[in-house]
Structures are given as C-alpha cells and as structure tokens.
Design a protein around this ligand. Structure first.
Ligand code: BEZ
Length: 250
C-alpha cells in the first residue's frame, strides 16, 4: 500500500479526526510508555506525547515516518511492520487507530502486541469492523462486472472482523477484553470528488491488476452507481463500520 502523506493530511484527515475520540479510551498518563501502532503523520502520536507520556510511533510506510519525524522531531518514530515486531514487556499501552485492518497476518500482530505490553498493560484500538464500506465494495464489484473486468478485480485484502471473531483472536493470545464495540459511523468524504479520491486511495489493491484506463473506468462507473445511495445532501458519505476495543494483558 502506498500512502501519499499530503493527501492523507489534506483529503483523508477524517481518519485522524475520528481517532482523536479514541484517545479518550486510552487516557494516557505522564511517564507511561506508549506504542502508537500505525502512527501515520504523527498527529495523534503528538497528542499522546502532550500528556507527558513517552510515546513511540511506528508505521509501515517510510514516507509517513519521514513526515512524522519532520513535524514532531521530539518524538521517536520508526518504520516497522506490525507483524514483525520484537518488543518484550516494554509498553504500558498500545494505541492503534485505523491500521490493524490493513494487516493480513493477524495472528502474528496480536502475538506481537501482547508481547510488547507490560503485565497490566492495555490495548486501545479501532479498526474497520464487519461489513465496513460494504456498499462501496459492492458498487466496485458491480461496476467491474458491467465493464467485463470482474476477473481483474482483487478482493479480500482487508481484515474487517466481527466482535466475536476479534475478541476470540485477542483472548486466544492472552488478552482480557474490557470493551468491544461495533458501530456505524457514516463518514463524510471531503469535496465534490470525495468518493473518487477515496476510491483512488483506500481500495487501491482492488485495481492493481487493471491498466490505468480500466481502473479509471471502473472508478467512474462506481461513482455513478453510488451517487444514488451515498451522495446525501450534497456530500459523499462512506458507510464506515468501526470496531473499537479495549483489552488488557493481566
Ligand atoms: C481506514 O483506514 O479507516 C479504512 C480502510 C479501509 C476501508 C475503510 C476505512
């Protein structure tokens, strides 16, 4: 997945805006060691650091890490793959916003998060939940079929678990669940071309077997299909469903 840090901050800033709300579940305390898994350009990492916590930001994208470091030189940022961490009992808390659904190796990442926490440490995370962006993914599939391109469409590249599936995974690796909440969060996409901008960034893997021209035709057809359902009062709305978790390493 290639992220453009400028677009991330300018067009898709709702990801970070909503993440600020998740900080209320984290309640960082001065002096705590906190890992921000999937820190992007570091905006939420910096909010955590302002509480006096010692925070480390990790992201799989080197571009994001470079921008985060330039913006917040006082914070430690590192490029890392969450499925390949080697921390042991180092953190009081792990915070992760809109990241875990990008990772295929869920067993590994869960094991790594458990290992990275101190005993008594907490995990506060939000990811896409079951049926996240279903209307949009169905519209992409319909558009590809209409254009005879369904064989070139890649699917199943996200992990959007149900409450039962994700809590079972966490418990299997030793976590005790405090809260698990699956909720609808219709999300406004910025600008008249908001849906097209979203299609270009988020489900990029869906189109990776297509030529540029094929991809553009599918995206335009998808936008036309979604205009009826996801364009409300002059604004594009994505049918986000989020899964929010608080769990402990007891
Ligand atoms: C997100 O990162 O928030 C996201 C990713 C894929 C689909 C929807 C949302």
């Amino acid at each position: 997945m290639i992220w453009d840090s400028n677009l991330y901050d300018s067009r898709h800033h709702f990801v970070t805006d909503y993440g600020a709300d998740l900080l209320q579940w984290l309640q960082p305390v001065r002096g705590e060691y906190i890992l921000d898994l999937g820190c992007g350009t570091g905006q939420l990492t910096s909010k955590i650091a302002q509480t006096g916590a010692e925070v480390t930001g990790l992201d799989a994208s080197q571009e994001m890490i470079t921008v985060a470091t330039a913006k917040h030189p006082e914070i430690v940022f590192k490029q890392a793959d969450a499925a390949r961490l080697s921390y042991f009992a180092q953190f009081d808390a792990i915070f992760s916003n809109a990241t875990l659904h990008w990772i295929k190796e869920q067993e590994k990442v869960t094991e790594n998060m458990f290992s990275a926490l101190k005993r008594g440490g907490r995990l506060v995370a939000e990811l896409g939940g079951k049926d996240n962006v279903q209307s949009m993914m169905s519209a992409i599939a319909r558009a590809a079929k209409t254009l005879g391109l369904e064989k070139k469409l890649v699917s199943d590249f996200w992990y959007f678990p149900s409450v039962a599936e994700y809590t079972t995974l966490l418990e299997k690796h030793g976590f005790a669940i405090e809260h698990a909440w699956l909720f609808d969060r219709p999300t406004k996409l910025n600008g008249e071309d908001g849906m097209l901008a979203w299609l270009e960034q988020f489900p990029a893997q869906a189109f990776e077997k297509m030529t540029q021209a094929e991809k553009q035709r599918v995206q335009q057809q998808t936008v036309a299909i979604l205009k009826e359902t996801n364009f409300v009062d002059g604004a594009w709305v994505a049918d986000y469903k989020r899964l929010r978790i608080k769990a402990w390493k007891r």
